[in-house]
Design a protein around this ligand. Structure first.
Ligand SMILES: NC(=O)c1ccc[n+]([C@@H]2O[C@H](COP(=O)([O-])OP(=O)(O)OC[C@H]3O[C@@H](n4cnc5c(N)ncnc54)[C@H](OP(=O)(O)O)[C@@H]3O)[C@@H](O)[C@H]2O)c1
Length: 228
């Protein structure tokens, strides 16, 4: 397990010193924890999300190695913009962490076409489009690393997480396909398939606490793909 020690590089992550990394959905949760670890290891990091206020607060705390680019990944053009903004800010891109996702509740009855399309757009299409936009830069550099944040739900999925689980299953296939397709170009693809996570401060998140009481309100309700 990696240790977070302020902004000093930690031995386990020393290979991130001076690297430039984009972490999508890094204004909160697992993305924020990833962002903090990368900064602590000496990387320059592009923070991404939609919540401008939270992003600014975090960037102020973490200092000048963190830059911000906001955008709604449901829109294909936002993916290109995000990669362009990262290259503009740092001049290169060593690592892409596809973390942003919505955890929207849906079963067969509530998964209508707009719900399905929106979850797939954010959780599966956006990672593909981001990787696609990053590929020319990885090729120019002669290397690149992609980490997709998946879920154990990819393997079957909870009853009330139908579309989410299908998207994570697709992400797993995407990771494996691209890892095979680009291995000779020194571009690596890996996936971290998470189970239930607690929040970065180590305390059980609202999500986990609510779930333990048997409620399903810990997920975004049907029809609300953004959790807003
Ligand atoms: N937490 C868990 O227990 C768990 C378990 C398994 C897998 N995972 C996976 O781990 C990843 C992170 O989960 P989390 O629980 O840390 O999520 P989270 O706290 O809900 O954070 C999601 C992040 O994604 C961003 N985001 C959501 N929709 C977006 C959109 N349409 N466009 C741009 N950004 C968007 C959010 O940005 P804003 O808030 O700024 O809009 C936020 O920064 C996800 O891929 C999730 O599927 C999580």
């Amino acid at each position: 397990m990696c240790r977070l020690e302020g902004r000093r590089p930690v031995p386990e992550l020393v290979h991130l010193q001076g690297k430039c990394v984009l972490v999508t959905g890094s204004t909160t949760g697992i993305g924020e924890a990833t962002l903090r670890l990368c900064v602590a290891a000496g990387a320059r990091v592009m923070m991404h999300g939609r919540d401008a206020r939270r992003a600014s607060r975090l960037a102020r705390e973490l200092g000048r190695r963190v830059r911000i680019s906001l955008g709604n990944l449901a829109e294909p053009a936002a993916c290109d913009r995000l990669i362009r903004a990262t290259i503009r800010a740092f001049g290169r891109l060593d690592g892409l962490v596809n973390n942003a996702a919505v955890t929207t509740r849906s079963d067969l009855e509530t998964t209508d076409a707009p719900t399905f399309d929106r979850i797939i757009a954010i959780n599966l299409r956006a990672p593909l489009l981001l990787i696609r936009a990053a590929l020319p830069h990885f090729r120019r550099q002669g290397n690149g690393v992609v980490v997709n944040i998946g879920s154990v739900n990819a393997l079957c999925g909870e009853n009330q997480l139908l579309a989410y689980s299908v998207a994570k299953g697709g992400l797993m296939t995407l990771t494996r396909n691209l890892a095979d397709a680009h291995v000779k170009e020194n571009i690596r693809f890996n996936q971290q398939s998470c189970g239930m996570q607690v929040s970065p401060d180590g305390s059980p998140s609202k999500t986990v606490r609510t779930r333990k009481r048997g409620s399903t309100n810990w997920l975004n309700p049907p029809g609300s793909c953004d959790g807003k």
